[in-house]
Design a protein. Structure first.
Length: 363
């Protein structure tokens, strides 16, 4: 039984071709599934009855099942999605006056083990399928009451949920293509963002196969510190990463890379770090998104003081670098950046423990 959520337009055309059907059938089905949110083939009234009968025998539309639905005091909504075998991922909708952003997960857990991230603390179980990735957007539209021919509440999608998107490249790209497809969700490339910790070869592949807006989890402006905070840096150090960012900009829908920078007290918020960030901006056209650290149990970190964050932002802006500070949204339901944990049956095998250059949090 083929889950049609797993297939982007080209794959769906090929699947229909194997059954002697013309490409327009794929476009019809894409519209019914993704634009109208339909799962009942009998309701697809402009599809021939004979084909509907075949679809009922050989295909299905199955998205992740929501097992928990929490709404924050600020309107942020977080769903826990069951993806089977004891694993669940989290999806977050962030409403704002000018847009609605959906934060989507790409893996059950994460193997990259970034020091400040709650997801990484849970370990890693498996990659999500394309159906499980796009299914989060499909389901969120239904749960938010989106009208097929009306304005969608979800205007932006960010691959910033649980997992490293570029470590699950093929499934993520299949989902991205559906997000961009005019017969499906019709989102602009500028409104779809992939966030990566810095897997350089995959950044180059994304540039060639499906360039969308790119955000890089920088979090440290030098290799020594980034090796500790973002361990993938040991394999792809900053020089390689920044070069990949410049290559990406040759085909990117935006003329800058967003560098995400989590503010950790006494770790990466000194004047020296600030100067190094300015130097990086001279190498790569970029904007900085400063993220106040969102605590979770046993993290070992503290959030930089508000005046420190404001000073960082002010001095970066005065240096001519566009800098924003991310609002902390949904932290009362653990939906803020870095807090997503879900439920993961860890299959990772870590041979050494992290050594963090920070003091223990005092009670």
């Amino acid at each position: 039984m083929q889950n049609l959520l797993d297939l982007d337009a080209d794959s769906l055309i090929a699947w229909f071709a194997e059954r002697g059907e013309k490409p327009f059938r794929a476009r019809q089905i894409l519209r019914w599934i993704h634009r109208f949110g339909e799962t009942d083939f009998d309701a697809m009234t402009d599809v021939a009855k004979s084909l509907r009968a075949q679809l009922k025998e050989s295909a299905c539309v199955i998205a992740p099942v929501p097992v928990r639905d929490n709404v924050s005091s600020d309107g942020t909504r977080k769903w826990l999605m069951d993806v089977g075998n004891g694993n669940a991922v989290e999806t977050v909708y962030i409403p704002e006056s000018t847009r609605g952003t959906l934060c989507i997960s790409s893996q059950a857990g994460c193997a990259l083990d970034c020091a400040f991230c709650s997801t990484g603390k849970q370990g890693f179980n498996r990659n999500l399928s394309a159906a499980e990735i796009i299914g989060q957007l499909w389901l969120a539209n239904r749960l938010l009451g989106a009208e097929p021919n009306g304005e969608r509440l979800i205007s932006n999608v960010v691959m910033m949920g649980m997992g490293e998107p570029l470590a699950n490249f093929d499934a993520v790209v299949a989902a991205l293509r559906l997000m961009l497809d005019d017969h499906a969700y019709g989102l602009s490339r500028r409104r779809v963002t992939v966030s990566t910790s810095g897997i350089v070869p995959a950044i180059d592949r994304l540039r060639e196969e499906c360039p969308v807006a790119l955000a890089v989890s920088l979090h440290a402006p030098n290799d020594a510190l980034r090796d500790t905070l973002v361990p993938i840096n040991r394999k792809y150090p900053l020089k390689q990463l920044l070069a990949a960012c410049n290559r990406y900009l040759e085909r990117a829908p935006r003329d800058f890379i967003t560098f995400e920078y989590i503010m950790l007290e006494g770790v990466n918020d000194s004047d020296q770090h600030l100067r190094q960030l300015i130097d990086i901006a001279r190498e790569v056209p970029c904007k900085y998104n400063l993220i106040p650290f969102n605590p979770f149990p046993q993290s070992g970190f503290r959030r930089s003081a508000a005046p420190v964050v404001r000073r960082f932002s002010q001095l970066l802006n005065e240096a001519g670098i566009v800098t924003t500070t991310r609002k902390t949204r949904g932290d009362d339901v653990d939906a803020a950046c870095g807090q997503l944990a879900g439920q993961v049956l860890d299959r990772t095998r870590r041979t050494q423990k992290r050594v963090l250059p920070v003091k223990e949090v005092r009670e």
